[in-house]
Design a protein around this ligand. Structure first.
Ligand code: GLA
Length: 533
């Protein structure tokens, strides 16, 4: 008898377990912590299970919200289909988890993780989540997420579609005659940014000589936003208690203040976007004294197609004009939708010609050396934004950072420092404030530089300047020292030209025929060449 009972129990056990797990209703909020190169982060799963056992909801991560469009529990296994966004592309991926007692063991869906992108896009594997997050296995428990100022999750299925204006050509706003120069909080601080840090950075911009070198804009990136009041007016979160006073402070230093938003309902970091509040937000920015807006596509890709992008950017372009204040308008659309062509007509002063930069040689070089094709659009008032500088953030050598700045100057990209100006070393300060290189970037002719020759790992880029000179950069992308040559005929010059080295800050005299130099690994020789007939 006893053995019969044992047999029955063993036979019944798997079935009972399955039944228990299958009837598991995962509805509710699950919270998991992850460690990453950016510190501790939280992933939150807001799940709903319907009568048929179908799971929907939202995965809320450090890089915004991703709708969970389908899901089910089978035994102790959970399958969730998550729609992620990465630099304007939506894709679905299925993640699997295991129910272990009261825990849900799960690997979050990462935006763009592991996939390559087309030309101009970010390097393979560099989705918003980045390599540091890619395969983290997390333990989620039912609970309450850490309070944050992020927007509530959006139900895109029921989101009312706002009307976009009929496309038309806006006249130029007359701003940014040369590429904007300044600082932006994202590369160093991500969303951990506040009024005090911004003020201290403004102070440092002056005390380090950055302002004298031409850096003017102090730009707050994602993470300042909170919610809307009963009239729909956007409120900065308590980390920015008084935006108007902050602008006044920054202006008192002779600097300008920039801000960030999105044409979509939420920003890339999951904060409140300007969707349906464009005029109201532009007015708030003007009231506060904002001088620069970075407008980041992100969740707009869940509402519109790339074909609608021009109208969506024009909507804010018109709102900024209507605000009555001069506000530089920076389109941030990760190299998508041929914005180089139509962006100025939508009111823009800069367009993002790439995905996000990371502080590594590979990322910087992949972005920088692919920017030659922006030159056909570049002109005063309209600049290719190859993303903010990583100079001084620690992931590259000093030589690589020189290459970084030289490339950006050759392209005519905005020079927006992304490091902590309060604590930079003299060497980094010297790179960022190199007046000879800055003069190449800021040249009034406003022509973009381009690659004129390439041999193995070496590339020569040239950029015509307003006084008839050429800026020439001789790059070595290889791992060992290289000899690089430039014939004067390659830039249309005759037998003789005078050469100035823009990193050594010295004249190299008049040189016949051409210029030859040795360049170290990942290094550059940046010269200014004057025709000598
Ligand atoms: C996107 C942008 C970045 C930064 C973040 C903020 O990834 O491309 O430059 O603004 O969003 O969330």
């Amino acid at each position: 008898m006893r053995s019969l009972i044992i047999v029955l129990v063993f036979a019944a056990l798997p079935c009972a377990q399955t039944l228990r797990a299958q009837s598991q209703d995962l509805s509710g909020t699950w919270v998991a912590k992850s460690t990453s190169p950016m510190g501790e982060m939280e992933f939150v799963y807001e799940l709903r299970t319907d009568a048929k056992g179908k799971i929907t909801g939202t995965q809320r991560g450090p890089f915004g919200d991703s709708p969970i469009v389908d899901g089910k529990v089978t035994g102790d296994k959970v399958e969730l289909t998550v729609e992620t966004e990465s630099f304007g592309s939506l894709s679905k991926s299925t993640i699997t988890g295991t129910i272990v007692g009261e825990e849900l063991h799960i690997t979050p869906a990462m935006p763009g993780g592991g996939r390559g992108r087309g030309p101009g896009g970010p390097p393979p594997g560099a989705g918003r989540g980045g390599p540091g997050f890619m395969s983290q296995h997390l333990i989620a428990r039912r609970g309450i997420p850490t309070p944050s100022y992020r927007a509530a999750s959006v139900n895109y299925a029921s989101l009312p579609k706002i009307a976009l204006p009929a496309v038309k050509d806006l006249p130029s706003n007359g701003l940014a005659k040369t590429p904007p120069m300044g600082w932006n909080s994202w590369n160093k601080f991500h969303t951990k940014i506040d009024d005090r840090t911004v003020r201290e950075v403004a102070d440092a911009m002056v005390s380090t000589g950055m302002k004298d070198a031409g850096y003017l804009y102090v730009n707050i990136d994602d993470g300042w936003e909170w919610k809307r009041d009963e009239t729909g007016k956007i409120l900065p979160n308590p980390n920015f208690p008084d935006m108007k006073a902050l602008a006044a402070y920054v202006h008192s230093k002779g600097l300008k203040l920039g801000i960030y938003s999105s044409p979509g309902p939420t920003t890339c970091g999951g904060y409140e976007g300007s969707y349906g509040h464009e005029e109201q937000d532009a007015k708030s920015y003007a009231d506060w004294g904002i001088d620069y807006l970075k407008y980041d596509w992100c969740s707009a890709s869940r509402v519109w197609k790339d074909e609608d992008m021009r109208a969506a950017y024009q909507k804010m372009g018109e709102a900024l004009r209507k605000s009555g204040r001069d506000i530089v308008y920076s389109l941030c659309q990760y190299g998508r939708a041929n914005a180089g062509e139509w962006g100025p007509l939508a009111g823009g002063n800069l367009w993002r010609s790439t995905g996000d930069i990371r502080d590594s040689w590979q990322s910087m070089a992949q972005i920088g050396f692919s920017q030659g094709n922006t030159a056909r659009f570049t002109r005063p008032g309209w600049w290719p934004d190859a993303d903010m500088l990583e100079v001084g953030n620690g992931g590259m050598t000093v030589e690589e950072y020189r290459t970084h700045l030289s490339l950006w100057a050759m392209i005519g990209a905005p020079l927006i420092a992304g490091n902590d100006l309060r604590s930079m070393t003299p060497q980094i300060r010297e790179i960022l404030t190199n007046e000879d290189a800055i003069a190449v970037d800021q040249d009034a002719l406003g022509k973009g530089g381009q690659r004129i020759s390439q041999q193995g790992d070496t590339e020569v880029w040239a950029k015509p300047l307003s006084n008839g000179d050429y800026a020439v950069a001789l790059f070595n992308r290889g791992e060992s020292e290289a000899d690089i040559w430039l014939k004067w005929s390659a830039i249309g010059f005759g037998a003789k030209a005078a050469v100035r080295d823009l990193w050594l800050h010295q004249s190299l005299g008049t040189v016949e025929d051409g210029f030859q130099t040795k360049v170290g690994p990942h290094g550059v020789a940046l010269i200014r060449v004057t025709k000598q007939y």
